[in-house]
Design a protein around this ligand. Structure first.
Ligand code: LMR
Length: 385
């Protein structure tokens, strides 16, 4: 049986983690996988999370099974966090991280419309296309980002929306675009919402960085506008970054299902049951404790503010330090794409111990105000070689 398999290349982003670990150079800089790091290069467990975990350990009465929808309190509170008052009308299911939410969304679309089409802007998170394709869906690509300006390729997005057929799924990064950091502005969101509704396209919003761009509500404003404009929508939500829960795999899928609420909910539950039965509990239970405890929620918001402020300070320092980095100043969140060729990405790793994805994507959180000058020097050196 297994002789029929062809070997798969290891995930390049995850492989970088091991490469970086093995590099003995003390000045090395890790701008690879998307995890937040503080000034000391550490990925902390947030204060409120530690407190919620303690409470969970002390007070959780049982580890017995929940249903395929997971922790319903977490689902309701995270829906409210993501979608504001619109959360009321949404079906919610807890998922193993944002990836699980995307996988469940793909399975739901495949059940509703086998072989259906998902429109995906390029570049995107490299795992998006394989998630949809492995569910049996067709991926149509369009240009999301213009490397010449470092901004959104907005005309291309409108053109793709104009070409999409009713019932096609259109993936939209809710905020802090991965990998480019290029997000729509308020006017562009309004235009996307209008056209999405006009075309009968079903938006699938990947909201994985809420709170890391401009603020919790600010970062969700575009997604809320789009969801409000249409009858059917999907929102894949991740708590990896804003709750610092990464390995706990905590996320949710929210679905707006017009007149098909019961059928959609029962399909979501059935599909979740076939894929993972029920999602892992710990991270969601702890996030729920934070969101339902006003003092913990306030502390979590405060710590998230410092995370965002640090990212933005480093981003602005980078933008000011080199003319080729200037576009970064108008981008948002954890990532940006550098104007480097794949060979230059290898050169900056080999010659300067700076690690980044092959696309030239950097994780801004891997830098500090102190390390920015050394990084910019390395960037300039490989550019002029
Ligand atoms: C990233 O893009 O670095 C993160 O979303 C982590 C991942 O799973 O790829």
């Amino acid at each position: 049986l297994f002789a029929a398999l062809t070997p798969q290349a290891p995930d390049p982003l995850l492989s970088l983690i091991a490469l970086y670990r093995e590099d003995a150079r003390p000045e090395k800089i890790d701008l690879g996988v998307g995890v937040y790091r503080d000034e000391a290069g550490h990925t902390p467990i947030m204060r409120a999370m530690k407190a919620a975990e303690r409470k969970l350990v002390d007070e959780q009465p049982t580890k017995s099974y929940l249903g395929p929808e997971g922790d319903v309190g977490f689902v309701a509170l995270s829906a409210r966090l993501a979608m504001g008052p619109q959360a009321e009308g949404l079906i919610g299911v807890q998922t193993p991280g944002g990836t699980g939410a995307l996988r469940l969304a793909a399975a739901l679309v495949q059940s509703a419309r086998p072989g259906g089409t998902v429109w995906l802007g390029a570049p995107s998170w490299p795992i998006h296309a394989p998630i949809f394709e492995s569910a049996g869906l067709k991926v149509c690509s369009y240009r999301h980002y213009d490397p010449a300006t470092g901004a959104l390729a907005f005309e291309d997005i409108l053109e793709a929306l104009g070409q999409a057929s009713a019932g096609d799924v259109f993936l939209i990064h809710g905020c802090c675009h991965n990998p480019s950091g290029a997000d729509p502005d308020a006017g562009q969101w309004a235009e996307i919402a209008r056209l999405t509704a006009e075309r009968g396209v079903v938006p699938l919003i990947d909201l994985a960085y809420q709170g890391l761009g401009e603020g919790l509500d600010e970062d969700a404003a575009g997604a809320r506008l789009v969801v409000a404009a249409v009858d059917e929508a999907l929102v894949a939500y991740s708590c990896d970054k804003n709750f610092g829960l990464y390995r706990e795999r905590t996320g949710a899928l929210f679905v707006k299902a017009a007149g098909s609420i019961d059928a959609t909910r029962s399909n979501l539950h059935a599909l979740a049951r076939y894929m993972w039965s029920m999602p892992p509990d710990h991270g969601a239970a702890a996030a729920r404790i934070i969101l339902e405890t006003p003092a913990l929620a306030a502390d979590w918001r405060m710590e998230l503010d410092t995370v965002r402020e640090r990212l933005n300070a480093v981003r602005q320092a980078l933008a000011a330090a080199h003319p080729r980095l200037a576009p970064l100043g108008g981008q948002k969140g954890m990532f940006s794409l550098l104007p480097l060729t794949p060979d230059q990405v290898i050169a900056i790793r080999k010659d300067h111990a700076v690690y980044m994805a092959g696309s030239g994507r950097i994780n801004i959180a891997g830098l500090t105000l102190e390390s920015v000058p050394r990084f910019v020097q390395a960037f300039d050196a490989v550019l002029s070689n």
